[in-house]
Design a protein around this ligand. Structure first.
Ligand code: NDP
Length: 384
């Protein structure tokens, strides 16, 4: 029997919900790229209920305990005295979500002598040291596709919120004001602007598709070019380098995985190449941007705005400068964990566990590391 150690974010401050704003969420059976949504044999949760917090337990408790496995769920994940670190040495499987990541560092891999599977309930496995996973023969998997549209919607929302100056305008309403001039002195239309995505994978392409009806000029940069038909359909301009794209765009949306090829991509030199008054929306990973470079460029007016939901570390400390820098629309890491997304990644986590316990191969698109090397989606999107 296996021990499954699962790290989830805390329940809401007012306790685990007993009722919800809506009675149901739409069921998505096939994703935009044609991939089938997760198909576990069964689920033991109500779609639309909170699954990503400790009490929700990703809806896995009954399934695992009925089979005699041990299921430990905690939100206490950082530091040597944390429950996570205490429970790690005899865990066979670790599950965590990127929103509240259980960082699997090289030192933790050394302690996790029995670990065989590191499973991301969501997308993005950069909180797992992939080199160590390769070295220790640990399989890394994630629920590819499960929340791509959730993130794409959040990115589009943030682009509109920054450009139109939504959040400061809303604050005037709450303060009892009617300060039109204050609201509009930084408010523009998105129409006609040049928007570029760093990466046009599942999320990046979905962002481009959603922006097309806004009559924007669309650009993208990634290592492999999209099919010509897609470029034509969306009227895309391809850029062979990120610098090339940064120079012409009013808005950059970042949708690439974090790996050595994207780490600190938006450093001071890259930010200096961007147009004055440009915006950045980063819902990919914080370390793709220089933390202090972003703050400096907002303060000196070179950037007009920055928004995103990804931070380093997570949770972000109270004094993280992105909480208080000007012209920002940050949220905690939440875009990929809407109640709608949770249905899919909880089901996908269950599907992966069913395959694992029955010794069936995982769907190739779920695999990041396997057999001591990058594999499946991991071989396409990551480098070590
Ligand atoms: P995909 O695997 O579908 O796409 C990743 C894309 O990144 C590929 O098209 C790849 O293209 C491109 N890419 C990789 N390296 C580079 C590089 N050096 N420069 C430019 N492009 C690069 O991933 P998703 O779209 O599903 O997810 C992307 C990332 O978004 C995840 O890795 C995760 O970090 C983040 N994410 C955030 C969430 C949130 O809640 N905020 C939730 C889900 C994901 P090519 O190989 O041609 O370069």
């Amino acid at each position: 029997m296996a021990k499954i150690l699962c790290v989830l974010y805390d329940d809401p401050v007012n306790g685990y919900p007993t009722s919800y704003a809506r009675d149901a969420v739409p069921e998505i059976k096939v994703y935009e790229d044609g991939q089938r949504a997760p198909t576990p044999k069964a689920i033991d949760f109500v779609p639309g209920h909170l699954l990503g917090s400790v009490t929700g337990g990703l809806g896995l408790r009954k399934f695992l305990e009925d089979q005699g496995h041990t299921f430990v769920v905690t939100s206490d994940k950082d530091g040597p005295d944390s429950v996570f670190e205490q429970e790690l040495p005899d865990a066979d499987i670790v599950i965590s979500q990127p929103f509240w990541p259980a960082y699997l560092t090289p030192a933790r891999f050394e302690k996790a002598k029995k670990l065989k599977l590191a499973l991301t309930a969501g997308i993005g496995s950069d909180h797992v040291d992939l080199e160590s996973a390769i070295k220790h023969g640990v399989t890394v998997a994630e629920v590819t596709g499960s929340n791509s549209i959730s993130v794409a919607e959040h990115a589009v929302m943030m682009i509109l919120a920054l450009v139109r100056n939504y959040l400061p305008a809303h604050e005037w309403v709450e303060k009892g004001g009617w300060n039109i001039a204050d609201c509009v002195e930084r408010s523009y239309d998105l129409e006609g602007m040049h928007v570029g995505t760093v990466a046009a994978g599942r999320i990046g392409l979905a962002v481009l598709r959603r922006l097309k009806p806004f009559q924007t000029h669309l650009h993208y940069y990634q290592r492999h070019r999209l099919p010509e038909a897609v470029e034509k359909e969306l009227g895309l301009t391809f850029h062979p380098t990120v610098e090339d794209m940064a120079e012409v765009c009013d808005i950059i949306t970042i949708n690439a995985p974090l790996h050595p090829g994207t780490l600190n991509m938006f450093n001071d030199a890259m930010l200096a190449k961007m147009k004055r008054g440009a915006y950045i929306v980063n819902t990919a990973r914080a370390e793709i941007c220089s933390r202090d470079g972003i703050v400096r460029n907002l303060q000196n007016g070179h950037l007009a705005g920055y928004a995103g939901d990804v931070w380093f570390p997570q949770p972000a400390p109270k004094d993280h400068p992105w909480r208080t820098m000007p012209y920002q629309g940050m949220t905690p890491h939440m875009s990929g964990t809407s109640l709608s997304a949770q249905v899919r990644y909880a089901a996908g986590t269950r599907e992966i566990l069913e395959s694992w316990f029955e010794k069936r191969p995982l769907r190739e698109e779920y695999v990041i590391v396997d057999g001591g090397k990058l594999a499946g989606t991991g071989a396409k999107a990551y480098t070590v």
